[in-house]
Design a protein around this ligand. Structure first.
Ligand SMILES: NC(=O)c1ccc[n+]([C@@H]2O[C@H](COP(=O)([O-])OP(=O)(O)OC[C@H]3O[C@@H](n4cnc5c(N)ncnc54)[C@H](OP(=O)(O)O)[C@@H]3O)[C@@H](O)[C@H]2O)c1
Length: 232
């Protein structure tokens, strides 16, 4: 018997990941989590640690595969949009983007990782973004989002190192889903050629294939949708 869980299952990619996991035939149960209650979902808010702890504690089992598919790039209702320049930076916006993209997933890890099985393979994968790679940054801009994903990537390396001591079969990774048609990318994909734009379903299928192929030696890595390593 096996199970998987997705945090952020209301999002474009998260929804497709939950559906893909369920359709894969590899899991007996798939737990889908969202900020607002929907049919068959657990609820959590990345900016509310107690809700994260409660969601994990309330699960009838600890699945061996976990994907964090939440994230924040823009939010017009709060005047959040990616900065093109130094002068566009705003402290409250930066704090919120860091809270959702880096601190929230870290708090999921805090309440989950030590509960993963020690006697078999387990996976904790977070959706990061190639633009969070420090080594790959040639364009600049998007200060808060890039910094939040770079912070997330660093946290995954840290957690992989810590987990190796007690959970030698645990795999902790950051994944880049490609450029995907979703609310998050909608205002920014004008210049992206059709051939490099994935539907959420195609991206999810790629990501699940990458996850299936991971081994404990990959823990701490940052991988793109095609399985290629991305520099930190
Ligand atoms: N789309 C792309 O081209 C692309 C490229 C690179 C990386 N990514 C990364 O892939 C991930 C998924 O992106 P997406 O395209 O699927 O975006 P999306 O459709 O906008 O989904 C974002 C998800 O994050 C959730 N979320 C935001 N704030 C939250 C909070 N405080 N608590 C709980 N959940 C919260 C949203 O929940 P609500 O529905 O409640 O708002 C939604 O489920 C993100 O980490 C993104 O950075 C995407």
């Amino acid at each position: 018997m096996s199970a998987a869980a997705v945090f952020g299952a209301s999002g474009g990619i998260g929804q497709a990941l939950a559906a893909g996991l369920a359709a894969s035939g590899r899991y007996d149960r798939v737990y889908a989590g969202a900020r607002r209650a929907q049919a068959n979902t657990f609820t959590f808010d990345l900016e509310d640690e107690a809700s994260i702890a409660a969601a994990i504690t309330a699960m009838p089992e600890i699945p061996e595969t976990w994907i964090v598919a939440s994230g924040l790039l823009h939010d017009t209702s709060r005047a959040i949009s990616p900065e093109k320049s130094l002068s566009a930076m705003d402290g409250a916006t930066m704090a919120r983007v860091l809270a959702v993209n880096a601190i929230g997933p870290a708090l999921i890890a805090k309440h989950l990782l030590k509960r993963l099985p020690r006697d078999r393979r387990s996976v904790f994968a977070v959706l990061s973004a190639r633009v969070g790679s420090i080594g790959d940054n040639r364009l600049g801009g998007w200060h808060a989002y890039r910094a939040s994903k770079a912070a997330l990537n660093m946290l995954m390396v840290n957690f992989a190192i810590e987990m190796r001591r007690t959970h030698s079969q645990a795999i902790i990774v950051a994944l880049h889903p490609g450029t995907v048609e979703s609310d998050l990318s909608a205002p920014f994909r004008g210049a992206v050629p059709e051939s490099r734009l994935f539907s959420p379903e195609i991206s999810a299928a790629h990501l699940l294939q990458v996850i299936d192929g991971l081994t404990p030696a990959d823990s701490g890595g940052f991988f793109a949708w095609d399985g290629a390593r991305i520099p930190w």
